[in-house]
Design a protein around this ligand. Structure first.
Ligand SMILES: Nc1ncnc2c1ncn2[C@@H]1O[C@H](COP(=O)(O)OP(=O)(O)OP(=O)(O)O)[C@@H](O)[C@H]1O
Ligand SMILES: Cc1ncsc1CCO
Ligand SMILES: [Mg+2]
Length: 269
């Protein structure tokens, strides 16, 4: 049902080359910029309070990721978020590690109180924690969540009036009314840091070209899963995570609508 529309997004993004303003973490900033280029968008990483409001006005979408959050940068996130809301630039929010510390929990909730977002993407315990759930996040890694992923995605989407992506072995995406799951992926995606952050940046690229944020979330999420799966298949016996990361970038870069359509596994409920 969603396939033809997503294929259109893959060709459209290269033509439109949207500018994606990202305030992200110090660990994965370079990888996030490179996946943005790989999918056909342009990244700009700017996080100073002196310039974020001016920068976001030039952008087609804003990515906010709290992975290595610091107080000064949080102020910049709020300034950029409010400026984006004022002129209708869509925002994706990645609450990295939100269950791990009080600081992250307070700041993530404050951001979502002050700024309207189009998409939230996190792993299961991060999303659970945003909803006040009891699960803890071990640093940035997902912990165990008691409620069903579909239920959690729907509840969170309704609560924050946005699209929610819960990543994991199965990716679950909901806009509160429609919910789908994607089963592409490979557990090696967890062996390199930041595949979640990169997935957030990819979705950020797609919300920069369509107002259908549910479709944009499907496009970005499935691209990471499918690329991760294909990269793993191309590894030789003596190759490890260094080569895997390079091949992952390559697979994102060479993905086209036809391959995507043949291999994507979207399950509608
Ligand atoms: N067990 C698994 N099997 C297959 N794919 C997986 C598995 N776990 C995660 N993935 C995939 O890995 C990618 C990152 O998801 P993950 O849930 O690890 O994000 P994250 O915890 O936010 O990562 P990070 O914080 O390191 O960026 C997604 O594309 C997801 O589908
Ligand atoms: C490892 C790590 N620590 C803070 S952010 C980050 C990248 C993955 O989320
Ligand atoms: Mg993450």
């Amino acid at each position: 049902m969603y396939k033809e529309e997503v294929i259109d997004l893959y060709s459209m993004i290269r033509k439109r080359n949207p500018l994606i303003h990202q305030i992200t973490n110090a660990v994965t900033v370079n990888d996030c910029a490179n996946v943005t280029l790989a999918v056909g968008a342009s990244p700009v990483m700017a996080s100073s309070i002196e310039e974020v409001e001016e920068m976001v006005k030039l952008a087609d979408a804003l990515v906010i990721n709290i992975g290595t959050l610091q107080s000064g940068v949080f102020k910049a996130m709020i300034l950029a978020g409010k400026a984006a809301n004022k002129i209708g630039i869509p925002i994706i929010f990645d609450p990295v590690g939100v269950g791990a510390t009080t600081f992250r929990k307070e700041k993530a909730k404050e951001f979502l109180r002050q700024v309207d977002v189009a998409v939230i993407r996190g792993n299961a315990s991060e999303v659970d924690s945003l909803m006040g759930g009891a699960s803890t996040t071990r640093g940035v890694d997902a912990g165990v969540v008691e409620i069903s992923l579909k239920e959690l995605a729907v509840k969170t989407a309704v609560s924050y009036s946005c699209v929610v992506v819960i990543s994991g072995q199965i990716d679950t995406i909901s806009n509160g009314t429609e919910t789908i799951q994607i089963t592409n992926g490979d557990f090696w995606l967890k062996s390199i840091t930041g595949t979640g952050c990169m997935s957030t940046s990819l979705i950020g690229c797609f919300i920069g070209i369509t107002k259908d944020y549910f479709l944009a979330a499907i496009a970005g999420t499935s691209l990471m899963g499918l690329a991760g799966e294909k990269a793993k298949k191309r590894l030789q016996e003596d190759e490890g995570i260094g080569t895997y990361k390079v091949k992952l970038m390559d697979e994102i870069f060479i993905m086209n609508g036809d391959t995507w359509k043949e291999e994507v596994q979207i399950h509608e409920s």
